[in-house]
Design a protein around this ligand. Structure first.
Ligand code: ZN
Length: 445
């Protein structure tokens, strides 16, 4: 009964002017939302226990009776990890008939994680996304041009679905060269542009040189962005750049910024969020349980992103609470202009380099405009710098076409630095990938 009430409110909110929709959703008491979440949580756990071989087996092994699970704490220290997805394969997680699939690649392993969904789930994601985009001012009369990469990536599909609810003009360029995008965009006069952060930075550099046109806002997601880079983009277009936070496993955005650009308003209707191993300030790993998924429900999925829940109301007045800016990743995977890179990528780049010693480290920084990845390699032949470099770049081109494409688009800079032996390891364990980009964290942090 409560779930029905919430669903009605969710639907109605799309047909009301944003101010009224916001007020209507905001009038719902917190207790109502919490009861809906609890009911959906119980339903998800039972569905998974009955139909998904992975959860059935895990619960059996741990002596968990799904019928007795009322809240996340009842599951003790049970979590689902990305490694479970890779190791067991998507079939082990299926609880219903899928209509479509997406992949997320290049984390700490070359094996992709595959996540499957139904068209109903896609529509629900679209509805939630539409509320967020309306809140940002997107209207039927706007013209969106998107440069999201369509290859197995979830964002173009969820964006398309959300824009369908808004009813605005929408064309998809795919992730093409920013210069080509610039030339071809002009014919459509888009006043809203969607693209990944590093790609938008590059497009904005071109626009600065060649001229920007009037834009309502830019919208981005898929990787973290420094506030410095955001400000550069905003200065060129004289328009705000809004970010969303999500994961393919979550089916796109779990939270979207508002005009305050101070944390992501989270979707509590479709996810139950927890923070694991929180420190004194509340920062820990973000964990989520999907609340409306029937094809591949995920229970207490470890996002590997470190953030905190922001329970204070936002000055924008939107009733939903926020997730703070992502502070770090738990593993060594780094999302940057190169793409999603982990230690295995650099190990592969160095495989054929005869002069490379066993020790190496990739350090990601930013020069304010784009990410700079310095691959430091120990070698007893410092003169071999040049041959190291040419091997790395040749392997990059042959083995990693996506990373090469981003390099060609100048979305990042890759440097190879020869270092003397025993210069890199200062602790017992050498951290292979280090993200040194200074996120200029604003008030949310
Ligand atoms: Zn807000």
């Amino acid at each position: 009964m409560y779930a029905k009430l919430i669903e009605c409110a969710e639907r109605a909110s799309l047909h009301l002017p944003p101010e009224r929709a916001k007020r209507m959703l905001g009038m719902m008491p917190d207790a109502l939302l919490k009861r809906m979440q609890a009911a959906r949580f119980r339903r998800t756990v039972r569905l998974a226990a009955e139909r998904s071989p992975f959860y059935r087996e895990e619960f059996r092994r741990r002596g968990i009776d799904a019928r007795g699970v009322r809240r996340p704490a009842d599951l003790g220290d049970f979590y689902t990890t990305g490694e479970d997805l890779r190791r067991c394969g998507h079939e082990a997680f299926l609880a219903g008939r899928p209509d479509t699939a997406f992949e997320t690649t290049g984390t700490t392993s070359p094996v992709p994680k595959r996540v499957l969904f139904s068209n109903r789930e896609l529509r629900e994601v679209g509805r939630a996304g539409a509320i967020g985009l309306r809140q940002l001012g997107l209207r039927r009369e706007d013209r969106v041009l998107s440069a999201f990469d369509c290859s197995f990536w979830v964002s173009p599909a969820t964006t398309r679905e959300a824009l369908h609810y808004i009813g605005c003009f929408h064309a998809e360029a795919g992730k093409i060269e920013p210069a080509e995008f610039y030339d071809r965009a002009l014919a459509y006069k888009p006043n809203v542009i969607f693209g990944e952060p590093s790609w938008l930075v590059r497009l904005s550099e071109l626009a600065q040189a060649l001229g920007a046109w009037p834009i309502k806002f830019l919208f981005s997601g898929g990787e973290n962005m420094t506030e410095q880079a955001r400000q550069r983009v905003e200065a060129v277009w004289r328009a705000p750049l809004y970010l969303s936070y999500g994961q393919t496993e979550a089916f796109g955005a779990m939270g979207v910024e508002c005009a305050e650009q101070d944390g992501y308003h989270r979707n509590d209707l479709n996810y139950f969020f927890e923070v694991a191993d929180a420190d004194g300030e509340g920062y820990g790993e973000l964990i989520y349980t999907t609340l409306n998924r029937e094809v591949m429900p995920l229970i207490r999925y470890r996002s590997t992103d470190v953030t905190r829940m922001v329970e204070e109301p936002c000055p924008c007045g939107l009733f939903v609470r926020r997730i703070g800016k992502i502070r770090a990743r738990c593993d060594e995977m780094v999302v940057c202009g190169m793409g999603n890179v982990g230690p295995w990528v650099f190990a592969e780049l160095l495989r054929g380099a005869a002069a490379a010693g066993a020790e190496w480290q990739a350090v990601v920084t930013s020069d304010g405009r784009r990410d700079v990845i310095e691959l430091r390699v120990e070698t007893d032949r410092l003169a071999a710098q040049h041959s190291l470099e040419s091997t790395v770049f040749a392997t990059l081109r042959e083995r990693f076409p996506d990373f090469w494409k981003n390099h060609e688009m100048r979305l990042y800079e890759l440097r190879v630095a020869a270092c003397p032996p025993q210069s890199l390891r200062t602790e017992r364990k050498l951290r292979r990938v280090v993200d040194e980009r200074q996120m200029l964290l604003r008030r949310a942090m």
